[in-house]
Design a protein around this ligand. Structure first.
Ligand SMILES: NC(=O)c1ccc[n+]([C@@H]2O[C@H](COP(=O)([O-])OP(=O)(O)OC[C@H]3O[C@@H](n4cnc5c(N)ncnc54)[C@H](OP(=O)(O)O)[C@@H]3O)[C@@H](O)[C@H]2O)c1
Length: 276
């Protein structure tokens, strides 16, 4: 369906909840029309809410881990000029790698990597041909850490963080910028979906999705290369850059191993009673 609007157009994936929903809200509040996508029917409700901001919002329910799902989203865009592409859809998968169901593992890779770069290639090429546009990709500070008990997810984010910088460099003279948003632990449905609720990171303090999205959206508008949201996460990245991978993997185990939330709470209690 072709839009008759002269407002700029933003495409946001993973817009039914969490960071993506807030990114879509930022776009709506900044005068963009929207094409939003997610896998579950909740995307229709998100569209309804976003429409109250005044713009036109179209929604696509598609599994972006599949070529067919990506094609459905591209068809919905229908050749219209895309001013902003926010490739955000993604999900995690906790527990030990050898115990994970491989279909679930594949879905993480196909969503976070294959579907994401397929969509970017198909929509960024016309943006570059037009010489104008903004791309925001949701990576993660997880990309800096070997993710014991979330090994595949962290690997996908290492790919995305790296890919984002490479693409930015390749198209640096095109008028299209690429920005990588690298959040730390953020309060969304991510941890429940990944089966990480009984972990220290799952139970720990988290950033607000609205704040993370705002930081990412503003960086995208400015055309910045990357943005790590929050000073604690910035510190974590600085530490990760000078720490051996084996040490980082052990640190990650303490955060993401099943039952680590309880272990952490027990240690805290022991410390308290020890002091008395
Ligand atoms: N939360 C964190 O701590 C954190 C930290 C760093 C980076 N991130 C990244 O931030 C992004 C957004 O995650 P979130 O934290 O906002 O989690 P969330 O609340 O679970 O949102 C994830 C969004 O992605 C969509 N999605 C996932 N797989 C999909 C698929 N195969 N096809 C279509 N849509 C799919 C979900 O839609 P459905 O429910 O319909 O599948 C949902 O809209 C992800 O890339 C994640 O890796 C999150």
């Amino acid at each position: 369906m072709e839009s008759v609007s002269d407002r700029p157009l933003a495409v946001v994936t993973g817009a039914s909840s969490g960071i993506g929903r807030e990114l879509a809200r930022c776009c709506a509040e900044h005068g963009y029309d929207l094409v939003i996508a997610a896998d579950q029917p909740e995307i229709a409700q998100a569209a309804q809410e976003l429409e109250s901001k005044g713009g036109k919002v179209e929604w696509v329910q598609a599994d972006l881990a599949t070529e067919e799902g990506v094609s459905r989203l591209v068809q919905a865009v229908g050749g219209r000029p895309v001013d902003a592409l926010l490739a955000n859809a993604g999900h995690g998968l906790g527990h030990a790698f050898l115990e994970q169901d491989f279909a679930a593992v594949r879905h993480v890779v196909d969503t976070n990597i294959t579907g994401t770069i397929d969509l970017i290639q198909r929509l960024a090429a016309p943006m570059v041909a037009r010489g104008k546009g903004r791309i925001l990709i949701t990576g993660s500070i997880a990309g800096f850490l070997p993710g014991s008990f979330q090994a595949v997810y962290n690997g996908t984010k290492a790919f995305i963080d790296s890919f984002s910088f490479a693409l930015r460099n390749e198209i640096k003279d095109s008028g299209v910028t690429v920005t990588c948003l690298m959040p730390g632990a953020t309060d969304t449905e991510f941890f429940e979906r990944a089966g990480l609720l009984d972990t220290a990171v799952g139970q720990g303090k988290k950033d607000s999705a609205a704040e993370v999205a705002k930081i990412g959206f503003e960086a995208m508008l400015k055309g910045e290369g990357d943005v790590v949201s929050g000073w604690k996460n910035k510190l974590q990245v600085a530490v990760a850059n000078v720490t051996p991978a084996s040490v980082l993997a052990e640190m990650h185990r303490k955060q993401a191993e099943p039952g680590s939330a309880e272990k952490k709470a027990d240690k805290k209690a022991e410390k308290k009673t020890g002091k008395k």
